[in-house]
Design a protein around this ligand. Structure first.
Ligand code: G
Ligand code: G
Ligand code: MN
Ligand code: NA
Length: 253
């Protein structure tokens, strides 16, 4: 079978699993929530990298099915945590194609309703790398989702074509500074200036800035000094399977 055929088959099996990576407040290390990152464990092929199967799902048009599955898994996890007295917002990554049409909104409304979860606990991470023609359709969907209470995070910020225009046009609640900028901070001081500018841009719009790919305590310190609101990365915690993520969150509250 082709990888695509295998992915279709895997859709509603436990071969697909979410890992969770915490996002913390820079200032005091409190947990803001977790980002869900999809993993595919194929019985014969082993771990299939997301950088392989996510683009495949996008190219082949099955992304909406994959996203529906991811939202279902994330909401089930949030409900399980809620039932255990843990209130942990989850951020789910969505692709530009997910934002065209009503399907995503319908899936989210039905899912929140079936678990009786408040919309404010669900966040969507949208990529800045969106074609200009996709922006208008995306705008409609994002406005509808925000009206429900779902929050929107602008992922990979600074790497897309015309970042400033994207920030201006899209309704968002948070920006995530791409990890290439964070990694560059230790190489040269100019890069610190770039990260400062990105943080200030977010703040100018009244939005919190979260830095991705924080790998050292040093980076965390510099980000703190720049006023960056949140940190995420290996220095904080790796993406973890649900049992480990549960223990991690519990140990911190
Ligand atoms: O998780 P890393 O864990 O390797 O993820 C690789 C890429 O795949 C990232 O760009 C990440 O945003 C994307 N990704 C991970 N999980 C999902 C998902 O559930 N949906 C979408 N659309 N992208 C995802
Ligand atoms: O595109 P998005 O930002 O959603 O992708 C997040 C990606 O970054 C995932 O592949 C995740 O596994 C990876 N990641 C998370 N923390 C770190 C980190 O500290 N360093 C690096 N290099 N990658 C990270
Ligand atoms: Mn992301
Ligand atoms: Na990113």
């Amino acid at each position: 079978l082709s990888l695509l055929a295998e992915l279709r088959k895997a859709l509603n099996t436990d071969e697909l699993e979410l890992y969770y990576q915490p996002k913390l407040a820079t200032r005091d290390g409190s947990t803001l929530g977790v980002e869900a990152l999809l993993r595919w464990q194929h019985p014969q092929r082993g771990k299939v990298p997301p950088d392989l199967f996510i683009p495949l799902a996008e190219r082949s048009g099955i992304m909406p099915l994959l996203t529906e599955r991811v939202i279902g898994l994330a909401l089930a996890q949030m409900a399980a945590w809620r039932d255990a007295g843990m209130y942990v917002p989850i951020a789910v990554n969505v692709s530009p194609s997910d934002l065209i049409g009503d399907r995503l909104t319908d899936v989210i409304i039905a899912g929140l309703d079936s678990y009786s979860l408040p919309a404010a606990m669900l966040q969507l991470e949208i990529t800045e790398r969106m074609a200009t023609q996709q922006i208008e359709a995306a705008n409609n969907t994002l406005h509808r989702l925000r009206a429900l209470g779902v929050t929107i995070s602008l992922d990979d910020f600074g790497t897309g074509y015309s970042s400033l225009l994207r920030l201006h046009m899209l309704p968002v609640d948070e920006i995530k500074i791409d990890r290439v900028f964070v990694a560059a901070m230790s190489e040269d001081t100019e890069s610190i200036g770039i990260v400062r500018a990105l943080v200030d841009l977010a703040h100018a719009r009244g939005l919190p800035a979260i830095a991705e790919g924080v790998e050292t305590q040093d980076e965390w310190q510099v980000l703190y000094s720049l006023g960056c609101d949140g940190v995420q990365g290996w220095h904080v915690a790796m993406p973890m399977p649900h049992a480990q993520a549960t223990a991690w969150v519990k140990a911190r509250t």
